[in-house]
Design a protein around this ligand. Structure first.
Ligand SMILES: [Fe+2]
Ligand SMILES: [Fe+2]
Length: 268
C-alpha cells in the first residue's frame, strides 16, 4: 500500500468532515444536567425519528421489557436511563457526520458503548462521570474516521490483523495513528480538553481519566479477541494513576462487560 497516497486521502477527507449537528449538540447539553426534565427531553428527542426509534426499540427489547405493555418514548427514557440515552445521542451525532453504514462500524460502536457504560459505572462522582463520558465513548474516534474516510485501506488492515490494527501499523500505512487522528477531529468539533486528553492518551495514560479508559479498553480488547483470562496490564503508569485497587477493577470491568454486552446487542 502506498503510504503517501493513503496519508493524502485521509487528510483530504478529514478536512471535509461536517460539524456535528446543532440540534444534537443542544440535546447533549440538556442531557448533561442531572435534573434534566424528562418531559422536555422527550419533546426534544421526539423531533428526531431515528433516535426515537432506537430508544423505543431498546426499551422494548427482552432485556428491559418484562411487562406486556409496549413502552412509548417517555417510559422508554425512564427504562433505559440517562446514561444510555447519552450514549445513543452522542453516537448518533457522530454517525450523522461520519456515516453509520460503513463496514465494521457496528463492532467498533459495540466496543465504544461497552467502554462508555463501564466507565460511567466506575466513576467516583458526578464530575468524573461528566469528564469520562465523551472520552470513553469516543476514545477510538480516530478508528471511526479511518473507517469512514479510508474505508478500503483500513478494512483491509482489520482483516489482515484479525482485529483492530495497532498504532505502529497505522503509522506505517497512513503516517498517522488513530489517537492523533481522533484528536484532530475532536478539536475540529470543539470537544473539551478533557475529552481530547482521553482520545489522545488512551493507549499511554496521562491522567486518572485516560488511565481508567486505558484499563477498560485493555480488558475489553482481550475479551473481544477471545481471551477470557483478561489479565490486568501490569503497567506502572496505570498503578500510579489508579492506585492499588486497579487489579480489583479488572474483575469489576469483566462483570460489567458481560451485563452490558447483552444490552448493547439490543441496540442494533
Ligand atoms: Fe484505541
Ligand atoms: Fe478501544
Amino acid at each position: 500500500m502506498e503510504k503517501t497516497s493513503c496519508q493524502f486521502c485521509v487528510q483530504m477527507n478529514v478536512d471535509s468532515i461536517p460539524a456535528l449537528k446543532a440540534s444534537k449538540i443542544r440535546l447533549l447539553e440538556a442531557l448533561q444536567h442531572e435534573d434534566a426534565d424528562i418531559d422536555c427531553l422527550s419533546d426534544a428527542i421526539s423531533t428526531d425519528p431515528a433516535m426515537t426509534a432506537k430508544i423505543i426499540r431498546l426499551a422494548n427489547s427482552p432485556f428491559y421489557r418484562h411487562a406486556r405493555q409496549h413502552f412509548g418514548l417517555h417510559q422508554s427514557l425512564l427504562t433505559i436511563g440517562m446514561d444510555m440515552v447519552k450514549c445513543i445521542a452522542l453516537s448518533m451525532a457522530v454517525m450523522d457526520s461520519l456515516g453509520c453504514e460503513i463496514k465494521y462500524a457496528r463492532s467498533l460502536w459495540s466496543h465504544s458503548y461497552a467502554t462508555a457504560l463501564i466507565a460511567l459505572s466506575l466513576s467516583s462522582d458526578h464530575v468524573e462521570k461528566d469528564r469520562l463520558f465523551t472520552g470513553a465513548l469516543l476514545h477510538d474516534l480516530g478508528r471511526m474516521v479511518f473507517l469512514s474516510k479510508a474505508p478500503e485501506a483500513y478494512s483491509s488492515l482489520f482483516e489482515f490483523e484479525g482485529y483492530w490494527p495497532d498504532m505502529s501499523l497505522e503509522n506505517d500505512v497512513f503516517a498517522i495513528d488513530h489517537t492523533v487522528l481522533g484528536e484532530t477531529v475532536a478539536r475540529a468539533w470543539h470537544f473539551p480538553e478533557e475529552t481530547i486528553e482521553v482520545i489522545r492518551n488512551h493507549h499511554k495514560p496521562a491522567s486518572r481519566t485516560s488511565a481508567l479508559v486505558y484499563l477498560i479498553n485493555h480488558v475489553i480488547n482481550q475479551y473481544e479477541k477471545g481471551d477470557q483470562s483478561a489479565t490486568s496490564p501490569g503497567n506502572r503508569l496505570i498503578h500510579s494513576y489508579l492506585g492499588d485497587m486497579y487489579k480489583d477493577l479488572v474483575n469489576l470491568i469483566i462483570q460489567r462487560y458481560k451485563i452490558n454486552a447483552v444490552i448493547i446487542e439490543n441496540l442494533f
